[in-house]
Design a binder for this molecule. Structure first.
Ligand SMILES: Cc1cc2nc3c(=O)[nH]c(=O)nc-3n(C[C@H](O)[C@H](O)[C@H](O)COP(=O)(O)O)c2cc1C
Length: 221
């Protein structure tokens, strides 16, 4: 019989205005729900060129201030983790440059195969409902596959939110939300939070299982 093993999970994310940050907290709650898990929330650092001249500088400064207590991601967080759940705002249908820049520092770990077989997933904040929720997750997959990670999406069969015809985020590829600054609706909505928690739980469980039976045993080279 399978006994529940523990999993270490890290959630590296970048957020300019705080929306992705809120979704990251929901993913963190879901991962922490799994007995035996240890979860780290980690901030991907800003690019020096982006610190000044953001549109909405006041909102940006307030969000950065709020997140200043969250430790910055280090390569050792990734080594420690059995599961890695990435968060990013959408930038022209893709991940933010800040996240890509951090991933581009992983050449040494890629060369040594250090991230191979770790469970992974992606969550996003996108400016509008048709602005790239799904493309951002799918295009983010490309480097994660190069790094040899095992991608985990969100369950279709038990996740009612994914069947929505309302303007809310969440797809089979992963959780998502939108900034709703002009709206009375808070971001993320309770449905979006639930999808984010479910990804946190699912990646953590897969990471624990992969630890019990390393990928090399399931899929030998
Ligand atoms: C350079 C740039 C490109 C963006 N591209 C898109 C886009 O392709 N589609 C979209 O819906 N929103 C786009 N947005 C809006 C962001 O996705 C939005 O600001 C983000 O979801 C807010 O997340 P945050 O609060 O975590 O920073 C873009 C924003 C910037 C600054």
């Amino acid at each position: 019989m399978h006994t529940q093993s523990s999993a270490n999970v890290v959630i590296p994310y970048y957020s300019s205005y705080g929306t992705t940050h809120k979704l990251a907290e929901a993913v963190q709650e879901g991962a922490a729900d799994v007995p035996g898990s240890t979860v780290r929330l980690r901030r991907i650092p800003e690019l020096p060129s982006a610190e000044e001249g953001m549109s909405g500088q006041d909102a940006y400064d307030a969000a950065q201030d709020e997140m200043s207590e969250i430790p910055r991601i280090e390569h050792d967080d990734l080594r420690w983790a059995d599961g890695i759940i990435w968060g990013t705002p959408t930038r022209f249908g893709n991940m933010a440059a800040q996240v890509k820049q951090f991933i581009d520092t992983l050449g040494g770990m890629w060369f040594e195969g250090e991230l191979e077989g770790k469970a992974t997933g992606v969550f996003v904040s996108t400016g509008s409902i048709h602005g790239g929720h799904e493309t951002t997750i799918l295009t983010s997959l490309v480097p994660l596959i190069h790094l040899g990670m095992v991608f985990v999406g969100v369950r279709y069969s038990t996740n009612d939110q994914i069947m929505t015809t309302e303007g809310i985020g969440g797809s089979p590829y992963g959780p998502s939300t939108m900034p709703r600054d002009e709206s009375e609706v808070e971001s993320p909505t309770s449905d979006e939070v639930e999808t984010a928690r479910s990804l946190g739980r699912r990646v953590t469980r897969v990471a624990a299982r992969l630890q019990d039976t390393p990928e090399q045993e399931i899929m030998p080279a």
